[in-house]
Structure formats: structure tokens, C-alpha cells
Design a protein around this ligand. Structure first.
Ligand code: PRX
Length: 654
């Protein structure tokens, strides 16, 4: 991986001051070493870019490791940092959000319109009795009311917990119950592939299972025949008489801004808790460094706000910077596989931030589609969520960026809050290597270690860990401090365990090599194998389940399930049952968890203590012929049975 495939960007930046500095290779290095030498001073400087009601007394309190506290004693409000700060400036009449629908309708909100909408909705939430510290679940499609609801919560100090609108009622009620939310905000429906997704119906199914909910706020999107229940109120009615100004609550820096549920290695998703001051500081700084944001940028981040990328880089970071954010509600290929290019051209996007999965989908349709659009407004391209194959990177660089746009391959996680590893075009332009995340950001102490926690030599694969705390880090897992400690801080003492494999090459570039644990990345979506196994076992036909994945050309990885049937179901038609199970998983978890392949087996490969041997499943699913050490198998036959079933079915499907 050494010295190969360098893409020199000096031509793109010939005229720029930045390149003159960068090619001497000094600026980024200097900033990174200064940040690591004195992190508190460094992050304290970054925090000064926010608007504070009260300055902090201490940048970092490390006394209660690993419960780090950032900007202790400081007070601020996230909605003030995103909106009020622009209201008395020239930005107030500039578009904050441009929303594009699947049917090409668009709507935009200037900063002052967004400010007014957030204030009104915050007043309305207050009049429903919502107060600081209460949890509010938001289950909305990709419409401007979603960021409005988040910012309104932030304004009154309520902790939002956004649930991806593709999740099922079971997944929704699990999250509502875990967070003990008092209010759910939803819509009558959302649109995807020309179809209406009836969200209110999903909420209606979840409410009987969620006793903490007192009110359901429903956004009307011109659909008829919605039945309103006793807890339901219309969004448009509660804002009608709401006060147009809502005094922002003074929020301590360490007060949670939100909870966001994500999959881990255990059955139930975990509630990642993010702070206010530390999180916003991290976002402000990283958006500047990575994307070189200015308030002239029109940023198109294609993520759904139901995931962390949308929270951080659709809502909080772009608004703090006064940028214009494009939000798209719909599929990238509906009605035609050209939507991102069409939107870039139509709204003049300057930065596109998307996933390798979306790019792989577009590549399939050939170059003539993107070539038929004017993409010349783009100045920077970004990717996130999963490793990008060098060929896909090159296609992005040539076909979309026309070799005029650097690519930032950004590595981070729900837990890290913001970007941790990426090229930093806002600091210095360095030569790029397709497929490498480049370097860790200033202040981020990322290292690759072996099983004993010792840094590995260049070109050796190991575990990616972060040695020093950083401001965007999660504070804990909601109501589960112990799990927080066990998941992230126990494998290696005192350092944060990311769960990813990585390596440094001899030029010091970082390569991210996928998960080292039981977390899957299906089309960039994070899913836990155990979470999927519980969903399979909740079907009446299934006695036991083992889930793994294998590399997939389109989705990066696809789900493979090995299932043991309950004896009374053994006679049912397998194809029929397979279809039923696919529907069951789509209904219990959501369509993102649709299994790629399902195999029925007699037994699962297990250790003597009853744990599924995941390594074996993985080696079968990736077609490896070397099984390795099988001495801990329950007995010598089950792995053969799995292999047999797998081979047979493979033959069957050609
Ligand atoms: O495995 C890494 C992968 O996504 C995981 C985090 O997933 P999630 O919490 O859903 O957040 C995704 C969006 C920030 C990581 O542990 N991942 C994320 N970005 C990259 C990546 N893998 C390789 N390259 C990336 N750029």
C-alpha cells in the first residue's frame, strides 16, 4: 500500500495559497502535533467559534474516566448556535434548507423562516408540557419539519431521539420505551419510490406498547383519512397560536443534546448520548477542516437525518456555518437513476457528501447519465459510512468531479459524533490515495494496535483505537453506564475501542478495513448480527438463527442467515417460508435488514459453551475453503451440515 496511487491535487489548486503551503507538507502536521501536545488549549480555541451564554471553567474534566466532560461550567444553546447567530446578519434572507421531493417539487426556508418555524414549534412543545430534560421521539420522513422539530427540542432543552422513518413499529416502540419519551412527532406519511409510507399507522401500532407517550404530534402532508386518537394533535393546529418567539433555555455544556440508537454486538440497539457543548465544538471544527465550509456553500449531504450523518452534517454543522443545506426525500434512483445529479445541477450544489453504496448503484447505469448533467458547481466530493473501493473512488473523481474536485473519505461513527479521519481540505491539500481515509484529524489520537494494545508496524492490520478523548465523543449509553464502559473502554485499558480494523501504510496514510466485531454494514446501514438473530427467532417457525454477511458488489455486504426450523415446521415449503421470513424481518426490523440469502440447516456450528462460531460462518459465506481450527465445535458434524446446506442451496440458486 506504499507510495501507490497518489493523486496529486496541485493542478486543481494551482492558484491557491493552500497548496503552496501544503506541498511543503507543513501546516496539517504542525496543527496535528500542536493539538496532541496540548489538547485542552487546542479544543478550547475551537470552542470559541460557538456562541456561549457562559464561558466554561474547565475544557476537559477527566476525573471520572471514561465519563469525560467537555467545557464544564459552560452554557449554550444549540438552536442559538444554528439560527439566532445568523438572524442579525446578511444571512438571514439566505436559504438555510432547500428541500427536494421525489416528484421534483421543492421548498426552501431562509434562515429567518427557519428561525421563526423553530421558535413557534418550540413554543408549541412547551405548551404541551415538554420541558428541559424530557425525551421527545421524532419519527418523521425527510422533510424540513424534521430539523425544525430537532432544533425546537434543542431550544427548550428537550432531548431528541430521532428514529429512522424506515424502522418498524416494534423498533420504534423499543426506542420510545428505552428513552421513556413523553412525545412522538410524526407525519401522516412519507414518500419513497412513488409510494406513500404510512408513518402514522406505524406509530398507532407502537403506541399501545409505549406507555410513556402522552402526545403524538402529527404533521399533515395532504393525505386524507387519518384517524386521530385521544393522544393525537395536528402540528399545524398546535403552532397556530404558538408564540413566535421562544426564549432559548440556558443549557449546560454537558447536558444531552440527543440520544441516537445504533446497533452493536448485543441484541438490543444502544442509545448513544451526545452532549451539547463538546459535540457542537467538534462539528464546527470538523466541518471547517474537512469541507472548508463557507456560508456560500450549497451542501448536499444525501444521508437520512435518521442516522448520525444527517444529525451532524445536515442539521447542526451546516447551520452553524450558515451554509445552505439540500435535503432530499426519496430514493436515489426514482423515477430515474439520476436524482443526485439532477439535484446537484438544479440547486448548484458545491459539495456532495454521499455513500459508496449510492455511487456503486450509479456506476451500474453508466457514465452517460451523469455526463448529461452540468455538475460544474461541485468543488468537493465526500464519502462516508463504509470503505470505498479504489475503482469507485476513481469513478467518483473522474466522472462526477471531472478531476477537479478532491475527495474526502471520512471515517467516523455514531459514537464519535463527528468526523475523526479524513483529508482536511480546509487546512491543507495533501496528495490523495484512493481508498485511504488519509490521516486522523487534528486532536484525534488514532492508532492501530495488536491484540495486546501495542501499536503495530506499518502495513500491518490491527484494531483502530483512539487514545485521547475528543469533544464529539458520546457521553455514555442511555441509562447503561456499565455497557458504555464494557463496550468501548474494556478491551484496551483507558483507550477507546472503535470495533474497526485498520492499518497505516509506510507513508503514514490510514486504511479502514471494516468491522472486527459482529456489526454488519449493509448498504452503509449498521446492523448487529444478534439483533437480526432475535428477529428471526421471533418468527414461530424458527428455533435458532445465526446471521453473518458476505461481500456484495452493490451493498458492500449482504445478510446471510442460517436457520434451524422448529420440528413441526420442517415440512412446510421452504420457498414459501423463505418469503415469509423476508417479510417478517422487513416488518420487525425494517426494509434495510432484508436478508440476501436464507439457508435452513439442522444444526448451527457452536462452541461447547453454546456460542455460535461466527468465524466459521464468515469463512463459509465468503467461500473460503479453510475452516481452520474446529476443535471447539460442539461435535464434528454441524459445520459440515452447514457447509452442505450452503453448497446445496448455492447450486440451487446457480
Ligand atoms: O465500520 C466503520 C464504518 O461505519 C461504522 C460506523 O457506522 P455508523 O455508526 O452507522 O456511522 C456511519 C456514519 C458515520 C464504522 O465503525 N465506516 C464509517 N465511515 C467509514 C467506515 N468504514 C470505512 N470508511 C469510512 N469512511
Amino acid at each position: 500500500m506504499t507510495n501507490q496511487n497518489f493523486i496529486d491535487l496541485s493542478r486543481i489548486y494551482e492558484e491557491s495559497e493552500k497548496v503552496k503551503v501544503s506541498l511543503q507538507g507543513k501546516k496539517l502536521d504542525k496543527m496535528r502535533s500542536q493539538a496532541l501536545e496540548n489538547p485542552e488549549q487546542f479544543w478550547g480555541e475551537q470552542a470559541k467559534n460557538l456562541i456561549w451564554f457562559k464561558q466554561w471553567d474547565k475544557v476537559l474534566d477527566s476525573n471520572d474516566h471514561p465519563f469525560y466532560k467537555w467545557f464544564v461550567g459552560g452554557a449554550l444553546n444549540a438552536s442559538v448556535n444554528c439560527l439566532d447567530r445568523h438572524i442579525d446578519s446578511d444571512l438571514k434572507n439566505k436559504a438555510a434548507i432547500i428541500w427536494e421531493a421525489e416528484n421534483k417539487e421543492s421548498r426552501s426556508f431562509t434562515y429567518s423562516q427557519l428561525y421563526r418555524s423553530v421558535n413557534k414549534f418550540a413554543s408549541a412543545l412547551k405548551s404541551l408540557g415538554v420541558k428541559k430534560g424530557d425525551r421527545v421521539t421524532i419519527y418523521l420522513p425527510m422533510v424540513p419539519e424534521l430539523p425544525i422539530a430537532m432544533l425546537a427540542c434543542a431550544r427548550i432543552g428537550a432531548i431528541h431521539t430521532v428514529v429512522f422513518s424506515g424502522f418498524s413499529s416494534q423498533a420504534l416502540s423499543d426506542r420510545v420505551n428505552d428513552s421513556n419519551s413523553r412525545v412522538v412527532i410524526t407525519a401522516d406519511g412519507g414518500f419513497r419510490r412513488g409510494k406513500l409510507v404510512e408513518l402514522k399507522k406505524v406509530v398507532d401500532e407502537a403506541i399501545p406498547l409505549s406507555s410513556s407517550i402522552e402526545h403524538v404530534v402529527v404533521l399533515k402532508r395532504a393525505l386524507n383519512n387519518i384517524t386521530m386518537g385521544p393522544k393525537d394533535v395536528w402540528w399545524h393546529e398546535i403552532i397556530e397560536d404558538a408564540r413566535p418567539y421562544c426564549e432559548p433555555e440556558i443549557i449546560e455544556s454537558t447536558h444531552p443534546l440527543y440520544i441516537l440508537y445504533t446497533s452493536g454486538t448485543t441484541g438490543k440497539p444502544k442509545g448513544v448520548v451526545h452532549s451539547t457543548g463538546g459535540y457542537l465544538t467538534h462539528l464546527y471544527a470538523t466541518a471547517k477542516w474537512v469541507f472548508d465550509f463557507t456560508n456560500k456553500d450549497i451542501f448536499f449531504c444525501t444521508a437520512d437525518i435518521g442516522w448520525v450523518t444527517g444529525h451532524s452534517y445536515i442539521v447542526y454543522a451546516p447551520l452553524m456555518h450558515g451554509a445552505t443545506q439540500i435535503m432530499y426525500e426519496g430514493a436515489p434512483d426514482y423515477p430515474k437513476p439520476d436524482r443526485y445529479w439532477d439535484i446537484v445541477e438544479k440547486h448548484g450544489a458545491t459539495i456532495l457528501y454521499t455513500t459508496p453504496t449510492a455511487l456503486r448503484m450509479y456506476i451500474k447505469f453508466g457514465n452517460s447519465i451523469p455526463n448529461s448533467f452540468d455538475l460544474s458547481s461541485l468543488r468537493l466530493l465526500g464519502t462516508v459510512g463504509e470503505p470505498i473501493n479504489p475503482e469507485v473512488w476513481m469513478w467518483y473523481f473522474r466522472t462526477i468531479g471531472k478531476e477537479n474536485c478532491p475527495i474526502v473519505d471520512t471515517w467516523w461513527q455514531t459514537e464519535t459524533g463527528g468526523i475523526m479521519i479524513s483529508a482536511c481540505t480546509g487546512i491543507e491539500i495533501v496528495p490523495m490515495k484512493p481508498g485511504s481515509g488519509t490521516f486522523s484529524l487534528p486532536g484525534i489520537d488514532a492508532v492501530v494496535v495488536d491484540e495486546n494494545g501495542k501499536p503495530v508496524t506499518p502495513d500491518k492490520k490491527g484494531y483502530l483505537v483512539i487514545r485521547k478523548p475528543w469533544p464529539g465523543m458520546l457521553m455514555t449509553l442511555w441509562r447503561d453506564d456499565e455497557k458504555y464502559q464494557n463496550t468501548y473502554w474494556r478491551k484496551f485499558d483507558n483507550i477507546y475501542f472503535t470495533g474497526d480494523y485498520a492499518l497505516y501504510d509506510t507513508d503514514g496514510y490510514l486504511w479502514l478495513l471494516g468491522r472486527s466485531d459482529d456489526v454488519l454494514k449493509i448498504a452503509g446501514h449498521r446492523l448487529g448480527t444478534m439483533e437480526l438473530e432475535s428477529a428471526f427467532v421471533s418468527h414461530r417457525a424458527i428455533a435458532e438463527a445465526a446471521v453473518t454477511s458476505r461481500p456484495d458488489e452493490k451493498k458492500g455486504e449482504s445478510i446471510i442467515a442460517f436457520l434451524v426450523l422448529r420440528t413441526e415446521f420442517a415440512a412446510v415449503s421452504e420457498q414459501q417460508l423463505r418469503n415469509q421470513l423476508v417479510n417478517h424481518i422487513r416488518e420487525t426490523v425494517g426494509p434495510i435488514a432484508t436478508p440476501g440469502e436464507i439457508y435452513f440447516v439442522n444444526k448451527l456450528p457452536k462452541t461447547r459453551s453454546g456460542k455460535i462460531m461466527r468465524r466459521l460462518l464468515k469463512s463459509i459465506s465468503s467461500g473460503s475453503s479453510t475452516i481452520g481450527d474446529v476443535s471447539t465445535l460442539e461435535d464434528g458434524t454441524s459445520i459440515e451440515e452447514v457447509r452442505q446446506a450452503y453448497d446445496d442451496l448455492h447450486k440451487a440458486i446457480g
